[in-house]
Write a protein that binds this ligand. Structure first.
Ligand code: APR
Length: 231
C-alpha cells in the first residue's frame, strides 16, 4: 500500500465544538464572506476582520482534538507508508491530536502576517487594528489566513503528494471551495482509490470510489482501524 493523502475540512473539527461554514447556522450564515474573508474586506474594516478571527482564535484555543483527529495521528504513526494530512482548517487540532507535518493550505489562526513585508510570526490571542509588524514596524499585521482571491499555501507540494497517492480521503468538507475540491480529480488521475468520509454527501460525492457517511468521531476511527488491519 503506498502513500495515503488526506484532505480535511471544518467537519472534522465540528465535534470539538468549532463551527463549520455552510451547515445550518454556520459561520457564513453569521458573517458575509466578502466582509471577513477577503483582502478587500480587511482593507474596508480591519476591526471587523480582526474581531472575527480573534473570536475564532480564542474558541479554537479552548477546543480539544476529537477521536477523528486522534485516529489520523494514529494512522500517521502506525501505517507502514507515508500518510500526508492536508487541511483547509485554520485550527491546530490535528497537531494537538498528535499529527505531524500538517499542510495548512488556508493558513492558521496561530499565525500573523505582515501585509507590507510578508514577515510571519506567532499571533497574539487577540490582534488589533494598526498592530505593528515586529520586522518592518509597519502597522499592517493581519491574520495569516488565506482569504478568497488569495493563493492557498503549499500547492506545489500538495499536487506532488496527490500524484503519488494510492489512497485519497476527503474528511469533513463540503467540496465547494477550489482548489481543494478538485484534489479528488487529481488523485483519481494518479490512479488512487478515493473515499469521502462526511456527515452528509458533499457536492462532489459522486466523484469518489467510496462514500462513508456519519459523524467523523465514529467513521474516521473505524476507517483507520480497517486500513491498519489490512496494512
Ligand atoms: N462529521 C463529519 N462531517 C461533518 C460533521 C461531522 N460531525 N459536521 C459537519 N460535517 C460536514 C458537513 O456535512 C459539510 O459537508 O463537514 C462539511 C463542512 O463543510 P463547510 O462548512 O463548507 O466547510 P469546509 O468544506 O471545510 O469549507 C472549505 O471554505 O469558507 C472556506 O476557508 C473556508 O476552509 C474553508 C473552506
Amino acid at each position: 500500500m503506498g502513500k495515503i493523502v488526506i484532505l480535511t475540512g471544518a467537519g472534522i473539527s465540528a465535534e470539538s465544538g468549532l463551527g463549520t461554514f455552510r451547515d445550518e447556522g454556520g459561520l457564513w450564515s453569521q458573517h458575509r464572506i466578502e466582509d471577513v474573508a477577503t483582502p478587500e474586506g480587511f482593507a474596508r474594516d480591519p476591526a471587523l476582520v480582526h474581531g472575527f478571527y480573534n473570536a475564532r482564535r480564542i474558541q479554537a484555543a479552548k477546543a480539544q482534538p476529537n477521536a477523528a483527529h486522534l485516529a489520523l495521528a494514529r494512522l500517521q504513526r502506525d501505517f507502514p507508508s507515508e500518510v500526508v494530512i492536508v487541511t483547509q482548517n485554520v485550527d491546530n487540532l490535528h497537531e494537538a491530536g498528535g499529527a505531524e507535518n500538517v499542510l495548512h493550505m488556508h493558513g492558521t489562526l496561530a499565525g500573523a502576517l505582515c501585509a507590507t513585508c510578508d514577515h510571519r510570526w506567532t499571533a497574539p490571542p487577540e490582534m488589533s487594528v494598526g498592530e505593528v509588524c515586529p520586522a518592518c514596524t509597519a502597522p499592517s499585521a493581519r491574520p495569516d489566513v488565506v482569504w478568497f482571491g488569495e493563493m492557498p499555501y503549499h500547492m506545489d507540494l500538495i499536487y506532488d503528494h496527490l500524484a503519488g497517492a494510492t489512497v485519497f480521503a476527503s474528511i469533513g468538507t463540503s467540496g465547494q471551495v477550489y482548489p481543494a475540491a478538485a484534489f479528488v480529480h487529481e488523485a483519481a488521475l494518479a490512479g488512487a482509490r478515493t473515499v469521502e468520509l462526511n456527515l452528509d454527501p458533499s457536492d462532489g460525492a459522486s466523484r469518489y470510489d467510496e462514500v462513508i457517511l456519519g459523524p467523523a468521531t465514529q467513521i474516521v476511527p473505524q476507517w483507520v482501524d480497517g486500513l491498519l488491519t489490512h496494512s
